[in-house]
Design a protein around this ligand. Sequence first.
Ligand code: ADP
Ligand code: ZN
Ligand code: MG
Length: 645
Amino acid sequence: MQMNDRFKKTKKILIKKVPIKGSLPPVRGPLGQIFLSLIIFLLLVSAYSSLSGLSSKTSDVPLSELAQDITAGSVSGIVISGDKLAITYKDGEEKISKKETNTALTTTLKNYDVPADALSEVKIEVKNDQGFLYWFSSLAPIILPILFILFFLWFLSRQVKGAGMQAFTFGQSKARMISPGDLSQKVTFKDVAGSKEAKEELREIVDFLKNPKKFLDIGARIPKGILLMGAPGTGKTLLARAVAGEAGVSFFSISGSEFVEMFVGVGASRVRDLFDLAKKAAPAIIFVDEIDAVGRVRGTGVGGGNDEREQTLNQILVEMDGFEPNEKVIVMAATNRPDVLDPALLRPGRFDRRVTLDLPDRKDRGEILLIHARKKPFAEDVNLSVIAERTPGFSGADLYSLMNEAAILAARENRTTVAQFDLIRSIEKVMLGPERQSHLLSEREKELTAYHEAGHALVASVLPYADPVHKISIISRGRALGFTMKLPLEERKLQSKKEFLDDIAVGLGGYVVEKNIFEDVTTGPSNDLQVTTALARDMVTKYGMSEKMGPIALESSGGKPLFGTGVGDKDYSEQVGSQIDAEVSKIINDAVRKAEKIIKDYREVLDAISKKLIEVETIEQKEFEEILVLHGIKLKKKKDIEHQK
Ligand code: ADP
Ligand code: ZN
Ligand code: MG
């Protein structure tokens, strides 16, 4: 395995969610909704029960009949509770009746001309109707269903907390807001290292937000939209927050994917809501992170979700066009796929300012490391410029996680300061994932891996345009069984065809060794093959580095955009396609031949490196160069390379 794929980690910035007014009726939140439906339900229930109560409480026996029965002597007892009468007859029959509420039963009966001696034979009992049982028995029919429904709703809300309850709040923007007064979350340009040009561009925006009158008085039109472009982890989000922090304005941030949900029309209504909010809080910055999620080229009709995305995008455009010239709201957006954005977004008056963030160079890496070193106690041996030198291709986010890993390593070993070797170990960890010491290789696997890595390393050391080897290891990390780390002698922005060709040969070094020395091929080099083939293809289709195809770019730098120009839309014919394939395999075959020759010519060096690797598992640059010198291979120097170019 060669080190080409990298592990990207991005830090999540925790920003508190503020409840934001939505475009729904006044009852807010899931709880409010439950209460509303509960009250309606209660009203229904009580209406029903009082209606049904009326019919069931009509007396079984009218009072007049009761009076006759008592006079006739057939009643044995009456139990009075409230105005209800439970009558027991001598023959065991039970009936109910009702008396007038405010008069005593005896008085009523006397009014019906019941003789006193007949009345005295009836056992009259008065029950206290305030008792718990009374209340319970009369309220249970109402309360029990309510409890049941409540439980049901609660259960439901637990089940569908994510999706179902959002049905009540979907129109709201969901944006996170950082107000200028929130010092704990304040980020300024001081927290962003490097990116000098970007900061220079954005300083103008800060100026405007701080002092809009100056610009408006002179009739200047301030850009409405700024698009931050750059690889993941280059600090786009950070920089956007820093602009808000510098200017001291409110910062609304939302991610492109948050606009689009399961309901059609949600995206557009969220956009409206967000812009309304920002206008109220003006001066303000609206930050749409990962705008490519909604801002892809429209009208390609691939996939059903497109309509929703298009509506959302249209709404963003409408809102931006609708800005009054003196509305002090600026929209910032970030993307790492500027090539797939809809051209309408890039028109003047929308995101017409574009700021590119590059991966940091050595000096910037040093500064980023310094920023993240602020709160960490370091041992005296720490030299951050060495770390910066050894981390080409690291993004700001990678450097952040490198610092963090180093601190974790030190803490795990109960040290109070972070040492240089913690930092060095973390470089590999960030690049390749953690070491897997438990992943034991069998004898044969170990030998094979050692030869494989030695193959990469040897080819890299012999070929003039390949980067020198920095470290070889057969300790498995992440998914790789071993790795060979190469570092360029110098940071470079351009790569030449010769370098690419040598790189491909180095990449195939492991495969060639397995095939020629072990006379069999394992699944080990599959990643190597992917990487080298992709590189060879890019040489042909993107960089015009094939003699036969000539200087034509057949694919844009972003690769084939799936939604951009439609699926299967190739810019070239089948014929050209097969020519490309032929060129790619020619490059690969040449590289294989080159590697094979080196492995034959320098067989003892290969054996020596592999033997050493099996013995010590990891070889650092110095030991490796000693082996090379011992076998008469010239080391690469900066001057040599420059001379050769
Ligand atoms: P992006 O949005 O471009 O993917 P972020 O802004 O989320 O990247 O960066 C992730 C983290 O990386 C930041 O929170 C910060 O800690 C660190 N970082 C990135 N670039 C820089 C930089 N130029 N200076 C300091 N820290 C940086
Ligand atoms: Zn390999
Ligand atoms: Mg980001």
